[in-house]
Write a protein that binds this ligand. Sequence first.
Ligand SMILES: Nc1ncnc2c1ncn2[C@@H]1O[C@H](COP(=O)(O)OP(=O)(O)O)[C@@H](O)[C@H]1O
Ligand SMILES: [Mg+2]
Length: 273
Amino acid sequence: MAILQVSNLVKTYGKHNTTVTALGGVGFSVDKGEFVAVMGASGSGKSTLMHLIGGVDRPDSGRIVVDGQDILGMDESALAIFRRRNMGLIYQFYNLIPTLTAEENIMLPFLLDNRKPDPAKLRTILETIGLSNRARHLPGELSGGQQQRVSIGRALINDPAVILADEPTGNLDSKAGRNIIELLKLANRKFNQTLLVITHDENIALQADRIITLSDGAILNDERVNATSDETRISQARQVSSGEASLPQAEAVHPGFAQQNPRATAAETGVQS
Ligand SMILES: Nc1ncnc2c1ncn2[C@@H]1O[C@H](COP(=O)(O)OP(=O)(O)O)[C@@H](O)[C@H]1O
Ligand SMILES: [Mg+2]
């Protein structure tokens, strides 16, 4: 079932002769529980896409349906409430409130709604993000990686339809970054949490189920990832090109290989083209 459907999304910035088309008609859908990585060069429209899906900004035209609800049909206050209750937003620079403790930051979507989360739920989240013993600390007393964990906790507290993360590891060293991705993957497995993660890092993208690549405000590529078989295919292709494996083997793991690689075919059959 599609939890997110985006169609024909167009967003331009500026006026008249200074118009920039950030998104020129983007469409795709995401199933519940999918982990989708969004890649693309700087300026390709990734953050714009996230702001539109997250209901932080509105497109010029197009349609966004989250969990069966057309979010562009909502007025500002309905959209703000919808966003708070159904979307989990994670940014590169954490966006925590410095005067609130870790625990209060996590509960923020509830506090803004004048509601209190179930204490058991809060405990589960603190355990999941590994910060049970830092619950009363202020963001300034936490490392970057820990602060990003808090923002993941805040995203998870409402069981959002979709978590949108814009370069969540962009400000972290590689070890803290790996921990953050492991945590997002855990949320994906443990809570069947749908994830849309913008990243520049191919190693992160290859851990997703699917990679959508944007270029100049359009989808250049949208493909499933199967890390193991991709690695197998790449290493087999390498072996073929270095003469270590047979062409039929390469053809078996990568149909069309022979056609795309006439020189390998020639080497295999002994026929010079
Ligand atoms: N608020 C804005 N005003 C004007 N142009 C913007 C604004 N935000 C983004 N853009 C432009 O839209 C394009 C896409 O930007 P963005 O979505 O931030 O790309 P990415 O996140 O992939 O780097 C870029 O050309 C950028 O300069
Ligand atoms: Mg960006």
